[in-house]
Design a protein around this ligand. Structure first.
Ligand SMILES: Cc1cc2nc3c(=O)[nH]c(=O)nc-3n(C[C@H](O)[C@H](O)[C@H](O)COP(=O)(O)O)c2cc1C
Length: 353
């Protein structure tokens, strides 16, 4: 294990302070040199320099997105927004976790602390904070504008239970608001671990179908991705993929695996009221790869044409290649990129040789 570089999101600061003061480390300054691909790729029907980027979460606002674009992350997802302001959970939001061996998908108990070491695995627990649309719409539009040729900013959103409209209508409203910013691709988050481990929206297939159709009605002409959690078997997710054939343009997967982080005294490390948190980073790469392979098989079996964004535990060139070989159309890294802002350049440099 080796020590890490300064992450562009500071886990010791509150979400609000990161929003105001970040990004940190390399992302706070312009890159010294820029590496571009000798030969660009295709993603959907778009030219992209490299189909690699940062998924929803670590890029809190336009300042973060601009830094990520400058550092060669060509697919940047702006942090998931809502139709109304929603506060972040208090600290801690990000803790390092140290699973013994393989982290399972059965809500393992894991030791959590602030000792961030490579290969980094973390639990993140924010509760999907959002500003009001009047703030995030202008900021997202600014981020979208910063994309250069071969780069794209993706707008991630989720509906909120308890808003005046049904959850389906609230997702559709969020999609419309994102569309107004001219973000070229939409992503609906259906797998937030902090909304309850067993009641993730993506496990309610009828509701997902209604949500997806409502979004497509609201914004028919933009590619729509759904962010999915881990499903352990092909048969578990097959009915969902069947329902969505021809409705959505792709899936982004995985979000996180849920775990119970505890401190060295055995107490819930995120606080008594947050016994579980989503785990991301190195410990979940097996699950992201498993899901990508599952979706590739189902795509073939159902003769479907959706795109797959592979997410989970990517922190090296080899990991990127593993996902692409598994059949992903694009790959993204959250934790890996946070602790290695040079990751996209590393991959480009290596692939160019
Ligand atoms: C700090 C942080 C915040 C996140 N917030 C969101 C979010 O708002 N919406 C979402 O769909 N996923 C969110 N995620 C999950 C990531 O998009 C990704 O699916 C997950 O971290 C697995 O990728 P990784 O192993 O590369 O970190 C977040 C992840 C991190 C690390």
């Amino acid at each position: 294990m080796k020590n890490t570089t300064t992450p562009f999101y500071d886990p010791l600061l509150s979400y609000e302070d990161n929003y105001q003061q970040g990004p940190f480390g390399d992302f706070a300054v312009s890159p010294n040199t820029i590496t571009k691909m000798n030969k660009p790729s295709r993603f959907l029907d778009l030219d992209v320099d490299l189909p690699f980027g940062i998924p929803a979460g670590p890029l809190l606002n336009a300042n973060y997105v601009k830094a990520a674009l400058a550092y060669g992350f060509d697919l940047c997802v702006y942090k998931t927004v809502r139709t109304k302001a929603h506060k972040s959970h208090p600290l801690p939001n990000v803790l390092s976790i140290h699973p013994k061996g393989h982290l399972s998908h059965h809500v393992d108990t894991v030791l959590a602390d602030t000792n961030y070491q490579q290969p980094v695995s973390i639990t993140n627990s924010f509760g999907v904070p959002s500003f009001n649309p009047d703030i995030w719409q202008a900021d997202l539009a600014d981020a979208v504008n910063a994309a250069k040729k071969g780069q794209y900013v993706i707008g991630s959103f989720q509906g909120t239970p308890g808003n005046e409209a049904t959850i389906e209508k609230d997702y559709a409203l969020a999609a419309r608001l994102i569309n107004e910013t001219h973000a070229p691709i939409l992503e609906a988050n259906l797998s937030c671990p902090n909304e309850g481990v067993h009641k993730l929206l993506c496990f309610d297939f009828d509701k997902v179908e209604r949500v997806a159709k409502e979004i497509k009605n609201a914004v028919p002409d933009k590619p729509l991705f759904l962010k999915l959690a881990y499903f352990a078997n092909d048969n578990d997710v097959m009915p969902l993929i069947k329902k969505l054939k021809g409705v959505v343009d792709g899936f982004s997967t995985i979000n996180t695996l849920s775990a119970s982080p505890i401190d060295k005294n055995g107490h819930p490390a995120l606080g008594q009221d947050r016994p579980t948190g989503g785990v991301c980073g190195d410990a979940i790469r097996w699950a992201g790869l498993d899901m990508v392979k599952r979706l590739v098989r189902l795509r073939e079996e159902l003769d479907a044409a959706f795109a797959i964004i592979g997410v989970g535990g990517v922190s090296s060139v080899a990991h990127y290649q593993e996902y692409m070989t598994a059949g992903a159309d694009a790959v993204m890294s959250a934790t890996g990129a946070m602790w290695n802002p040079q990751l996209a350049f590393d991959i480009k440099h290596n692939l160019n040789q």
